[in-house]
Design a protein around this ligand. Structure first.
Ligand code: ARG
Length: 268
């Protein structure tokens, strides 16, 4: 009798041990918390695919090793770290970026995208994370001093940007004086080679161009009558799950000073 009960308790003990070990293993896999912001093995982390047009230095561009880098990229990485997701960037280009968000090829887009009422009809946006403004790039000594002066001038810009919309407002939708290039560097090229009298684009990128090319004889014209624009992350309409997650991250990096550390200025 005694022997049997001892055997029993031994086997119960073994079964119990096995359950504990087994249970533990299974459990830890499911509840594994992402190691806060390091490790890219992605164990258990949700991954979001992020589309961009990496031709917009210093916001998003390709470095010499072919990596997508920039201020926008740093911001999205900081957001992802705060909310515990992994992000993978895809260089889609500007015009194809919009359908890529719409058809779900990417989970969201970061690309210095200004939040506009028109875009809000088709997409959802996060809270703003960056402030910008349209500026004019001209050859040094040009008589162009304001947007008003661009009324009858040849102006290059990146297609379907807020700068494009602004020039359509000034010159009319069918103006043949607007040169709509596929990228901002190509728009600036039109000014350099004399096809355009001015180039229009976001101050974030135009100022950087001047900084990186000190020997081109160009100057940036700021027009005080121009309204500020706010950049947001662009998400497929109705995808509140991703918008909420990104907003949570944006809120956190606004509060903990990380956003200011990356951009150099306060927003809100
Ligand atoms: N902020 C402007 C817009 O939304 C220009 C953005 C262009 N961004 C880019 N990566 N090419 O229209």
């Amino acid at each position: 009798m005694k022997k049997i009960s001892r055997l029993w308790s031994l086997s119960l003990l073994l079964v119990g041990l096995a359950l504990v070990l087994f249970g533990c293993g299974g459990g830890s896999e499911e509840t594994a918390e992402p190691a806060s912001g390091s490790d890219s093995d992605g164990g258990g982390k949700e991954k979001l695919v992020v589309g961009t047009d990496a031709t917009y230095a210093p916001m998003e561009y390709m470095d010499n090793n072919g990596n997508i880098v920039g201020i926008d990229i740093d911001i999205v990485e900081a957001i992802a770290e705060e909310v515990g997701v992994e992000v993978e960037f895809k260089n889609i280009g500007w015009e194809p970026l919009f359908p890529a968000v719409e058809n779900g090829e990417v989970d969201f887009a970061v690309s210095s995208i200004t939040i506009t009422d028109e875009r809000k009809e088709t997409f959802d946006f996060t809270d703003p994370y960056y402030v910008a403004k349209q500026v004019i790039l001209v050859k040094e000594g040009s008589d162009i001093k304001s947007f008003e002066d661009l009324k009858d001038k040849k102006v290059s810009l990146q297609i379907n940007t807020t700068g494009h919309a602004m020039m359509r407002d000034i010159q009319g939708n069918t103006s043949s004086n607007i040169i709509a290039a596929e990228t901002m560097p190509l728009a600036i090229e039109e000014l350099l080679n004399g096809n355009a009298d001015a180039a229009v684009g976001d101050n974030s990128t135009v100022n950087e161009y001047i900084k990186n090319n000190p020997n081109v004889e160009m100057e940036v014209i700021e027009d005080d009558s121009v309204e500020q624009e706010f950049y947001g992350l662009m998400v497929k309409k109705g995808n509140t799950e991703v918008v909420d997650l990104l907003n949570e991250g944006i809120q956190k990096i606004k509060e903990n000073g990380k956003l200011k550390e990356i951009t150099g200025f306060d927003i809100e």
